[in-house]
Ligand binder design. Structure first.
Ligand code: ZN
Length: 271
């Protein structure tokens, strides 16, 4: 009698371990950031030194081993230097793949969304899992979205982004154009600003993308970054009428359907 219970339990635990994460094998990112998956992902523990995962019921806290290690490096520095804890939103589902409700990327376990810190003293508080469940990124910009809101925006965010951008594994970080503008003013011509890429939204959270890890031969890199800090005319374009019109048009066009994302065959086998 005992064995009939034990065998399925053993099988289930082995199955869960082998599909979710095998600590003896390296993770592997396959395909594009917008059409791919991740083999042997690691789960980011929901609490760590310097971070807390929010909305854990979404089950999107899996990532490539190198992304998990980056997250731990970044949050350790943030906690040690600024006594703050980062709030971690989506990474990817177990094994990655499309999540077309919110993201076109986040498919290979190499992208992570992190909330900006708010001005004030609340950034070090422990939040219960249920408190975190109802948290979502809120804009820290002014009403016209042309600048950060000085009553909400913490200066520590500049330092967090600087630490992240200077991490060798990081490919680029998506931030709202108004946030990039603020940091271009404060940090002037510092090289790391090149990695901050302006994109719509991203005013309550930033999105870090790490590079294709060495040896992941089926991982397809993003196009190289343009030279320079990107603080000049390229950035000004985002505040033009042309940019706003383009954005409006994009919003009207329907989002891609799941079937339209062409996944590599290795991904079709595991998703
Ligand atoms: Zn993102």
């Amino acid at each position: 009698m005992k064995y009939t219970i034990l065998i399925p339990v053993l099988f289930l635990s082995f199955y869960t371990l082998s599909v979710a994460q095998n600590p003896f094998e390296d993770s592997e990112a396959i395909g594009k950031y917008t059409a791919g998956c991740v083999l042997n992902p690691r789960q980011l523990p929901v609490d760590g030194f310097g971070y807390q995962v929010i909305r854990t019921s979404r089950n999107r806290y899996y990532g490539h081993k190198e992304l998990i290690q980056f997250t731990e490096r970044l949050s350790t520095k943030v906690r040690s230097n600024y006594s703050a804890k980062l709030l971690i939103a989506d990474i990817t589902k177990r094994n990655g793949g499309p999540m077309l409700d919110d993201h076109s990327s986040h498919q290979t376990g190499l992208d992570i969304d992190i909330l900006y810190l708010k001005k004030g003293n609340g950034n070090n508080q422990y939040l219960s899992i249920s408190e975190r469940e109802h948290l979502s990124p809120k804009s820290l910009l002014n009403n016209s979205k042309t600048d950060v809101n000085p009553n909400k925006w913490s200066w520590i965010n500049g330092e967090v982004l600087k630490i992240a951008a200077n991490d060798k594994s990081v490919d680029r970080i998506f931030v709202n154009p108004a946030i990039k503008k603020d940091l271009c003013d404060k940090y002037k011509k510092e090289d790391w600003l090149q990695k901050l890429r302006p994109w719509w939204g991203h005013d309550g959270h930033f999105h870090v993308r790490i590079k294709c890890p060495e040896g992941d031969n089926k991982c397809i890199s993003s196009p190289a970054l343009p030279d320079g800090t990107g603080c000049g005319s390229d950035l000004n374009w985002w505040f033009s009428k042309k940019a706003r019109d383009e954005h409006y048009k994009k919003k009207l066009s329907s989002p891609k359907k799941k079937e339209e994302v062409k996944l590599p065959k290795e991904c079709l086998e595991i998703l």
